[in-house]
Design a binder for this molecule. Structure first.
Ligand SMILES: O=C(O)CCC(=O)C(=O)O
Ligand SMILES: [Fe+2]
Length: 225
């Protein structure tokens, strides 16, 4: 028996056990208008996504962007989609090519499914920015405002080490609130909260079995045009 192909009925049971539907997904927790979905991706989904990202980075290597002030950012980056986010002495902007000159790879289907599950948008994302945080990397408080339609949300996906995410206000300064983003978490930055300042203070190395060598990956999905 053990070596036989599963019967169609057994196959069907397996399908219902592995194919997630909306009711298996966590409910969001609202924080300052951002929607946090803790554990949106299970471990198998995180592993599949990581494999897709390894492939992506093989085609579009991570680079260390320079701020317009001439200081390298501590986060390494790359992108997928029609547009990628780049920064150099000329400033921050979206570009249709990687700094090495080639177009960006397509956004993996595993990533598009997350957007479809949480964004509530009728459009498809045109950029998947991939941020890699090694030990000591951080991202200063900023607004995401290089996109042309602030009616479209930015959807963020976290993998690997825990990251301390800080949410502020529509202008710089003021009181802030922080939370740890963990591997498999999704955050939707949209609606009235679309232009809130946010950043990552630090990561906690060695907190995720997904990436035993350490590091945190954050994806942000954006409609650009
Ligand atoms: O790493 C994160 O959780 C946030 C990244 C971010 O805000 C950005 O890439 O604009
Ligand atoms: Fe951001």
């Amino acid at each position: 028996m053990g070596l036989q192909e599963p019967s169609p009925e057994e196959d069907c049971v397996k399908m219902t056990e592995t194919a997630k539907d909306a009711s298996d997904r966590p409910e969001p927790q609202e924080i300052r208008g951002f929607l946090h979905y803790p554990g949106w991706l299970d471990l198998a989904e995180q592993e599949a996504l990581l494999a897709d990202l390894r492939d992506l980075v093989a085609h579009a290597p991570l680079f260390s962007p320079m701020t317009p002030y001439g200081k390298p950012m501590s986060v390494r980056m790359t992108s997928a989609g029609r547009f990628g986010w780049v920064s150099d002495r000329r400033g921050y902007r979206y570009s249709e090519t990687h700094p090495e000159g080639m177009p960006w790879p397509e956004i993996p289907a595993s990533v598009l499914r997350i957007w479809e599950g949480v964004s509530g948008s009728a459009r498809a994302p045109e950029c998947c920015l991939v941020n890699f945080y090694g030990e000591g990397a951080r991202m200063g408080m900023h607004q995401d405002r290089d996109e042309s339609d602030f009616g479209e949300p930015v959807v963020s996906v976290s993998l690997g080490d825990d990251g301390l995410f800080r949410i502020g206000n529509e202008t710089r300064g003021g009181k802030t609130q922080s939370l740890w983003l963990r591997s498999g978490d999704v955050m939707v930055m949209g609606g009235a909260a679309r232009l809130l300042y946010h950043g990552v203070d630090r990561i906690k190395p060695g907190t995720s079995p997904l990436m035993p060598k350490g590091g945190r990956i954050n994806l942000t999905l954006r409609v650009v045009t």
